[in-house]
Design a protein around this ligand. Structure first.
Ligand code: PEP
Ligand code: MN
Length: 343
C-alpha cells in the first residue's frame, strides 16, 4: 500500500505511522516528494488493513498498489525517478550517454577511448573489468587490474565509471571502484547478486535478460529496490528471437511499455541488441525516439583488435556521429508540433 501523508504532517506523526508498520513486521520505504511525504509498504495489506492507518493523525489517504511490482510501480511514487551518477541525472530532461569499450584491455586502449568519449561530451565511461562470456575460453576481463585502470581513467578524464559486477564474491571490489554498477543480461535473475546490488551504495544499471519478459525484468528490479537501493536504471539490450540477421532483436516497444509501468529510467543498448556496427546508430536513434532516457554504446579505438565485441564497436568517427544524431533526435522530441502539442 501507499500511505500519502498530509503536506502538514509533523515528523512525530510520520514516526507514529512508521512505528505501527514496524510493530506489525512490515518493511517500508519513505519517499520525500516535493509536495508531501509518502510511505510505500509493499506487503502491508496482508498484515494491516488501510482503515487501521487512515484515521491516524497526519495521514491523508491510503492507496492500494495493485501492480505486482510494488516498489518499481509508477503508482508507488509521485513523478519519475532521476538516478544521479556522479552529478549526471539519468531520467531527467537530458539524454544521457554511457559509452566505452566492451572490456578494459590495456591502459592505452582505455585511455584512448576515454579521451575521445570525453571530447564528445559524454560524461560516463563504461567498460567491463569482469566480463561474463559465453565461452569459458574467451577473454574474461582483467578483473581487479581492470578496476584500477578504470579508477585511473576517472582521475585523468573526470568521467564517471560504469562497470559490471558478475558475482557476489567480487561485488565489494566493483562497488568500491564504480560510480554505477551494471548487472548484465545473463545475471538478470541471479537473485543473490540482485539482493547484493540492492544493498550497494551505488546506482545500478539493470540489463534485461535476453529472454526476459517485461514482468520478469521488473521483478528483477524489485529485488534490488526491496533491499533499499532506489537508484535503479533499466536497460533494454535486445532479446533473443528467431530473427537471425543480428545478434539480438532490439525490443523498441518495451521502452514506452516499461516507462508506463514504472517510475524508473529506461536506457537502450543498441550495441548488444544488434551485434553489428552498421545497425548500431539506426537502432540507437530508434531507442531515443521511443523515449529512452539514455544510451549505452560500445566503441573501440581499434575494433578489429578488440578482445570482446569488436564487430559491434563503433569507430571513433562513427561514435561522434552517433552522439550528435542522438542529441538531435532527443531535441526534436522536445519541440512543439504544428498543433502546439509536445511530441
Ligand atoms: C556488456 O555490456 O558488455 C555485456 C556483456 O552485455 P549484456 O549483459 O547485455 O550481454
Ligand atoms: Mn560487450
Amino acid at each position: 500500500m501507499l500511505i500519502l501523508m498530509e503536506p502538514s504532517a509533523t515528523p512525530d506523526q510520520v514516526r507514529e505511522v512508521l512505528a505501527l508498520l514496524e510493530a506489525s513486521g512490515i518493511r517500508c520505504q519513505v519517499n520525500q516528494a516535493p509536495e508531501a511525504l509518502s510511505i510505500v509498504a509493499p506487503h502491508a495489506s496482508q498484515a494491516l488493513k488501510p482503515d487501521r492507518i487512515e484515521p491516524m493523525a497526519g495521514v491523508r489517504r491510503v492507496v492500494p498498489i495493485t501492480s505486482p511490482f510494488k516498489l518499481a510501480s509508477a503508482d508507488s511514487v509521485t513523478g519519475r525517478t532521476v538516478v544521479d551518477v556522479r552529478g549526471i541525472g539519468i531520467g531527467g530532461p537530458e539524454l544521457v550517454l554511457v559509452a566505452g569499450p566492451c572490456g578494459v584491455e590495456t591502459r592505452e586502449q582505455l585511455f584512448t577511448v576515454a579521451r575521445y568519449v570525453a571530447e564528445a561530451g559524454v560524461k560516463l565511461l563504461r567498460a567491463g573489468a569482469f566480463k561474463p562470456r559465453t565461452s569459458p575460453y574467451a577473454f574474461q576481463g582483467l578483473g581487479l587490474e581492470g578496476l584500477r585502470l578504470l579508477e585511473e581513467a576517472r582521475a585523468e578524464f573526470g568521467l564517471g565509471i560504469v562497470t559490471e559486477a558478475t558475482e557476489v564474491e567480487t561485488f565489494d571490489d566493483v562497488e568500491r571502484s564504480a560510480d554505477m554498477i551494471q548487472i548484465g543480461a545473463r545475471n538478470m535473475q541471479n537473485f543473490a547478486l540482485l539482493r547484493r546490488a540492492g544493498r550497494a551504495g551505488k546506482p545500478v544499471l539493470l540489463k534485461r535478460g535476453p529472454s526476459a519478459t517485461l514482468d520478469e525484468w521488473l521483478y528483477a528490479a524489485e529485488y534490488v529496490l526491496g533491499e533499499g537501493n532506489r537508484n535503479v536504471v533499466l536497460c533494454e539490450r535486445g532479446i533473443r528471437t528467431w530473427s537471425d540477421h543480428a545478434r539480438n532483436t532490439l525490443d523498441v516497444s518495451v521502452v514506452p511499455a516499461a516507462k508506463a509501468l514504472t517510475h524508473l529510467p529506461v536506457m537502450v543498448d543498441p550495441s548488444h541488441a544488434t551485434g553489428r556496427r552498421d545497425l548500431v546508430i539506426p537502432c540507437a536513434l530508434a531507442g531515443v525516439a521511443a523515449g529512452a532516457d539514455g544510451l549505452l554504446v560500445e566503441t573501440h579505438c581499434h575494433p578489429e583488435k578488440a578482445l570482446s565485441d569488436g564487430p559491434q564497436a563503433l569507430l571513433p568517427s562513427d561514435f561522434i556521429r552517433l552522439v550528435e544524431r542522438a542529441q538531435a533526435v532527443h531535441h526534436a522530441l522536445q519541440l512543439p508540433t504544428a498543433t502546439g502539442l509536445w511530441l
